[in-house]
Write a protein that binds this ligand. Structure first.
Ligand code: PLP
Length: 405
């Protein structure tokens, strides 16, 4: 390798604010692996790595599209059949939108990034839940806008603190992010809370960004679209094939902009930005059509598997002295809390857990909670037998960790 003769080439300052702990923590796990320890990765919510399989009719749709020569650029908003399928799905869920208000995106992630870029700039504020899915804070840091955190309360099933949200709304507020069902807490919100959130966006005239990527994975069955309670509120909804259709690597997602004409300029701005990135992955857009118009029986089995794992997780974690966990009602995440002694951080706990047991979780402060509060996130997609071993390991480790501090 050539030796370096000149100073390192600098990177942009904004990189400092772009933190995505779910993947950043893998560097630490690789070191542990290099030292000969097996790592059990409970950091990323990817069902495929735990043996769940993409439905065959989706794979066939992509294969067929490729063989039929659909390998060129797609329209930047996405192919019409996919947008029609999304619009029909939104309508079934209670959010009436026309296909011209739908964009096909590279996962939920790209929809979020396009939207935040279209609506917020230097000094603008976006209300984000804490704990949060970290992409929101990372993108806001990148575009120079500010994430203003509102509390969600573990004492009340991780529901948003509405009074706190009201107290944070000001002239610089540009949007309210709502993740329901929620990552990292596994919570689902009742209609009363959803209605109040919609009212806030409606009255204050800022968009509610509804992250609905787990809408089909509530254990008791799919939840309606957030916008269904007020289809004329300014709501932008995001989802994808990543979770409920078991195809996260395809980067196939969509967004739907609510029907109110208050959102017309935002929609035009998002389409303008979408032109610049050409299109999402073309053949996978055909899988969106197959997914939303086709058989969904895999979801029923997936929900049953998740519910079983959630119950096991809640029971086993709450049985560990020093740990409390709220029962999730959706998705594949639990956000337990360990009562840490003064001066100890969630990151120290999680890194020690990794080094001593090979179990990799993500510390709560990676989702915006306070380091001293001791939250960490568990992805419970592994088999019940493996999860049981993992909770044995967490239990033993926690006992020694707490006794030596
Ligand atoms: C709440 C939430 N939003 C968005 C995403 C990103 O999903 P996608 O793969 O659709 O980009 C995730 C992925 O874990 C998520 O948990």
């Amino acid at each position: 390798m050539a030796t370096r003769t000149s100073p390192a080439i600098p990177v942009a300052k904004r990189i400092g604010g772009f933190v995505y702990a779910i993947r950043n923590i893998v560097t630490e796990a690789r070191k542990v692996e290099a030292a000969g320890q097996t790592v059990r990765y409970l950091n990323i919510g990817d069902p495929i790595t735990f043996g769940f399989q993409t439905p065959p009719h989706l794979i066939e749709a992509v294969e067929r599209a490729m063989r039929d020569g659909q390998n060129g650029y797609a329209p930047s908003v996405g192919i019409l059949p996919a947008r029609e399928a999304v619009a029909a799905e939104c309508l079934r869920r209670g959010m009436p939108v026309t296909p011209d208000r739908v964009l096909i995106t590279s996962g939920t992630s790209e929809g979020i990034e396009l939207t935040l870029t279209a609506i917020a700039q230097d000094g603008d504020e976006v209300l984000v839940p804490v704990p949060t899915y970290p992409l929101y804070t990372a993108v806001l840091a990148k575009i120079g806008a500010r994430a203003i955190f509102y509390r969600t309360d573990p004492g009340r099933g991780w529901l948003p603190d509405l009074d706190h949200i009201r107290s944070l709304i000001g002239p610089a507020t540009r949007a309210l992010v709502v993740i329901d069902p929620n990552n990292p807490t596994g919570a689902t919100y009742p209609a009363t809370v959803r209605r109040e959130l919609l009212d806030l966006a409606d009255r204050h005239n800022f968009p509610l960004l509804a992250d609905e990527v787990y809408a089909d994975l509530a254990f008791d069955g799919p939840v309606p679209a957030l916008a269904s309670l007020n289809p004329d509120a300014p709501v932008i909804s995001f989802s994808s094939l990543s979770k409920a259709y078991l195809a996260p690597g395809w980067r196939a997602g969509w967004m739907a902009v609510g029907r109110t004409d208050r959102l017309d300029e935002v929609l035009a701005a998002i389409k303008k930005l979408a032109d610049g990135r050409l299109c999402s992955t073309g053949p996978m857009e055909y899988a969106i059509v197959a997914a939303l118009n086709g058989d969904r029986s895999h979801q029923e089995m997936f929900r049953v598997a998740l519910k079983e794992r959630a119950e096991l997780t809640t029971r086993r974690l709450n049985a560990i002295p020093g740990i409390t966990a709220v029962a999730p009602t959706a998705a594949f995440y639990s956000m337990p809390r360990v009562a840490l002694p003064p001066g100890v951080t969630d990151e120290q706990y999680v890194i020690s857990l990794l080094r001593e047991t090979g179990v990799l979780c993500v510390y709560g402060s990676g989702f915006g909670t306070r380091p001293e509060d001791g939250f960490f996130r568990v992805v419970f997609l592994a088999s019940p037998a493996e999860l049981s071993d993992i909770y044995d390991a967490i239990g033993e480790f926690t006992q020694t960790f707490l006794s030596r501090h």
